[in-house]
Design a protein around this ligand. Structure first.
Ligand SMILES: NC(=O)c1ccc[n+]([C@@H]2O[C@H](COP(=O)([O-])OP(=O)(O)OC[C@H]3O[C@@H](n4cnc5c(N)ncnc54)[C@H](O)[C@@H]3O)[C@@H](O)[C@H]2O)c1
Length: 327
């Protein structure tokens, strides 16, 4: 595969680049390092088939020329660039909207000029606080358009509309993946997402905060499973069809149960404290992945115990030295 990845220095982008390179492909990464880290891709610079461009995907009008300096042909553009954690998009609301609007325009343009397939990383947040369970791709969502999370939810909904329209008028061959909570090494311990935050607190001997009692549910997918699915979306024949696919684990876990498992895998005594539920925080989240199972012949393989073990090993290294770029 010959891919351009926007958001390549982030958590998911760096794992995706690593997988493509390990299978003999080529990658040009584009990242402005807003929420990503150059350390995430430093080990990839050993590959001659890897190039990294430090640019804002929403800014350069010459993105095609910039990418073309490093690679002649691209078959896939993965558009991942966007702040993704509640802390990040609360801190960068305008940048989030721009990465998903102007940034998506540029990703479409890039894919068009290289005759490449465009894969848009969307999110389960397009379903907002869902009124249907599990969420199928047909569900239109329950989103507050002006709430504190709207820069992300509505930014992604606009990005989806843009990609759908570009596909409809024949500008790109495209697919949209709606990613549900994914975790693993190279997340930032302070990014505010529940898995790294629980792990960080457990390893430091601090109490884990259960917002709103911790009865709300999420489904957690280990990053390697997501990467398997992304590579399949890039390589299966789509025959010109346009697909929107949920990608996630179907095992619904309460936040309270997650706290117990994190403490147990980290080998520490569980301590919890209560906190107020954030505004517009969804109470239940679980995907219906039948479409991805059928189309991609895929489903997550790595259970929460194994996934947490690998992730906790990584964060131990981050906090106390040692292995810094585990996979
Ligand atoms: N991790 C998850 O659970 C999850 C769930 C749903 C959707 N997603 C989506 O997957 C994508 C990657 O998420 P992640 O978890 O790796 O987050 P991340 O913050 O680790 O990675 C995002 C990357 O995009 C870069 N970026 C942001 N704005 C940019 C811009 N304008 N130009 C160039 N680079 C820019 C950041 O610097 C960062 O490296 C995002 O689009 C996110 O919405 C992630």
């Amino acid at each position: 595969m010959k891919a351009a990845i926007t958001g390549c220095a982030g958590f998911i982008g760096s794992h995706l680049a690593e997988r493509i390179l390990a299978h003999g492909g080529s990658v040009v990464g584009i990242d402005n390092l807003l929420t990503g880290r150059s350390e995430n891709v430093r080990h990839l610079l050993d590959y001659p088939e890897f190039a990294s461009i430090t640019e804002d995907i929403a800014i350069p009008s010459n993105i095609v020329a910039l990418v073309g300096e490093h690679i002649e042909r691209i078959d896939t553009v993965f558009h991942l660039a966007s702040p993704a954690s509640p802390n990040d998009y609360a801190r960068y609301p305008l940048q989030t909207l721009v990465a998903n609007s102007r940034g998506t325009e540029h990703a479409i343009y890039l894919a068009n000029r290289f005759h490449a397939r465009l894969i848009l990383a969307s999110t389960s947040e397009v379903y907002g606080d869902p009124l249907e369970h599990p969420q199928t791709e047909e569900y239109w969502g329950n989103v507050n358009p002006v709430g504190p999370r709207s820069c992300y939810d509505e930014g992604k909904r606009y990005a989806e509309a843009l990609v759908a329209a570009a596909h409809r008028v024949g500008l790109v061959d495209a697919a949209i993946v709606r990613i549900f909570n994914t975790y693993g090494p190279r997340m930032r311990i302070d990014d505010g997402r529940v898995v790294p935050s629980f792990i960080g607190r457990a390893l430091r001997g601090e109490p884990l905060t259960l917002y709103g009692g911790g009865e709300q549910t999420r489904s957690f997918m280990y990053v390697d499973d997501l990467i398997d699915a992304l590579v399949r979306v890039a390589t299966i024949p789509l025959a010109g069809d346009f697909h929107v696919l949920n990608l996630g684990s179907t095992v619904e876990t309460s936040i309270r149960a997650l706290a117990t498992v994190v403490a147990s895998v980290a080998g520490v005594r569980l301590q919890v404290e209560d906190g107020p539920l954030p505004t517009d925080d969804p109470t239940r989240r679980c995907p219906d992945i039948s479409r991805a199972q059928m189309l991609l012949d895929w489903q997550p393989q790595i259970g929460i115990l194994e996934g947490l073990r690998r992730t906790i090993d990584y964060f131990r290294g981050e906090l106390y030295g040692g292995q810094a770029a585990a996979s």
